[in-house]
Write a protein that binds this ligand. Structure first.
Ligand code: GLC
Length: 460
């Protein structure tokens, strides 16, 4: 494996290093038994170079599968650069052409303009639906079509680094073409309404929201990664939330992502002192939150010595295994087994945090419980209430206010109401605030403003 499952040799099988199809069926059944849905990662853009389709495609220019991938004359045919750096074209000496790969050379891109490719790939969705999954996270959605004329991508203004790094060019002719929406619609019509369609889309807000489709024929949830990139200040976050809310098409349900397997861990990005307010922000904004495993414990990026590096794109630090216990193997693997990446801080584990009513894990559980019990937090509209250099405050619904101190100094904000929860979990619940709410460094609080909010979070 070169990209840990994103280099696929058979879309309808389980890699032996992960188990068998029987294991998969057992996993789905067990998850369903606990009321947990299973969403599969569907990778439409590329396969492994070891996939039989690509093997056949590269065999000769006359191969019936030649057009399943993007073969062109020239070495390279144009200036396109791979997401992982270096040329996006790999020269094939034997057949005298280059093939395109948005990612690694071992991940050749499929040609989604070929109807046979479409049919084969949509068949993969049918296969897994029949196997009982509840939905799909569709990988690299914006990459699936590239400019037919192979026009050079324009230089990124101000770039002064190496020419072959992805950020050196604007990926205008390789990503987010308008026609990608036709592929999104084809995938949606295959997935249907009973299964979830999440799409990985790296795009500015105005382009991102197009992936909902203009009248419900797009993704249910095009991942909104902007919290990962936003400046960690009240003004920048308020501006982002308002801009995103305003851009959503009618009927579109919002979503927010705070971390994933491609990004530095949230507790490393914003600092451990801000990890709790980050959690409160994620779980109180309007829409479906995406929480990356381990972030509910406050795990930071793990040091990976050069001898243990496995990812070609430097993402190992955020991919350390889940520390379930503090025992050797951390409840993740047997004692004596070396996991694929090192564990981090030995004192941090699910077991330890379950025993601590003030832990990050406890905070996540309290936030989720409150969110479930409160109509305001579950479905209420968003409205910015206050933005100062330190504090962001917003109202959800008719009477629930969230106030977050994004600084490492004490701060206050003009609010009144009753404290429902604070990030410190040290007994402020029930505190009555009139006129001014004091927040400690990195503290966040949720307040019920009036009788209506108390009613809605209490008796529903
Ligand atoms: C997506 C995945 C990333 C992977 C890439 C290529 O961006 O999130 O992990 O490397 O696609 O499949």
């Amino acid at each position: 494996m070169r990209d840990f499952g994103y280099d696929i040799t058979d879309h309808c099988a389980v890699d032996p290093s992960f188990g068998t199809m029987d294991d998969f069926d057992a996993l789905v059944a067990a998850a369903h038994g606990h009321g947990i849905k299973v969403v599969l990662d569907f990778v439409p853009n590329h396969t492994s170079d070891l996939h039989p389709w690509f093997q056949e495609s590269r065999a000769s220019r006359e191969s019936p599968k030649r057009d399943w991938y993007l073969w062109r004359d020239g070495n390279p045919p144009n200036n396109w650069v791979s997401v992982f750096g270096g040329r996006a074209w790999e020269w094939d000496e034997a057949t005298g052409q280059s093939y395109y790969h948005a990612y690694l050379p071992e991940q050749p891109d499929l040609n989604w303009r070929n109807p046979d490719v479409r049919e084969a790939m949509l068949g993969v969705l049918r296969f897994w639906k029949a196997r009982g999954v509840d939905g799909f996270r569709v990988d690299a959605m914006r990459q699936v079509l590239k400019d037919l004329e192979l026009r050079d991508n324009p230089a990124a203004p101000g770039w002064d680094g190496p020419a072959d790094v992805y950020a050196s060019l604007i990926p205008k002719f390789t990503t987010d073409l308008d026609e990608v929406q036709e592929v999104v619609a084809a995938i949606r019509s295959e997935i249907g309404d009973e299964h979830l369609f999440m799409a990985e889309v790296t795009a500015p807000v105005d382009r991102l929201v197009r992936y909902y489709g203009s009248s419900g024929e797009g993704a249910h949830l095009p991942f909104n990664f902007h919290l990962i990139w936003v400046d960690w200040t009240p003004a920048a976050i308020a501006e982002l939330v308002e801009r995103y809310e305003a851009a959503l098409p009618d009927g579109a349900w919002p979503n927010w992502v705070l971390g994933n397997h491609d990004q530095s861990r949230v507790a490393s990005r914003v600092g451990p002192g801000q990890a709790r307010v980050a959690a409160m922000l994620l779980l109180t904004l309007r829409g479906t939150p995406t929480l990356y495993y381990g972030d509910e414990l406050g795990i930071v990026d793990v040091d990976v010595p050069p001898s243990r590096v496995v990812d070609p794109d430097g993402r190992d630090p955020e991919r350390s295994p889940m520390p379930w216990t503090s025992a050797p193997g951390r409840g993740f693997c047997a004692d004596g087994v070396e996991p694929w990446l090192p564990f981090g801080d030995g004192s941090m584990s699910v077991e330890a945090q379950e025993a601590d009513p003030r832990s990050m894990l406890a905070l996540h559980r309290r936030l989720l419980a409150l969110r479930r019990a409160s109509d305001d937090l579950a479905e209420g509209d968003y409205e910015t209430v206050a933005v100062s250099p330190a504090v962001l405050a917003y109202r959800r619904g008719s009477g629930t206010v969230v106030a977050l101190n994004l600084s490492d100094e004490p701060a206050s904000v003009a609010l009144s109401g009753e404290v429902l929860l604070t990030t410190e979990l040290d007994g402020r619940e029930g505190e009555r605030v009139s006129g001014s709410l004091a927040l400690r460094p990195g503290e966040g609080a949720i307040l019920a403003e009036g009788p209506r909010a108390v009613e809605s979070s209490g008796s529903g």
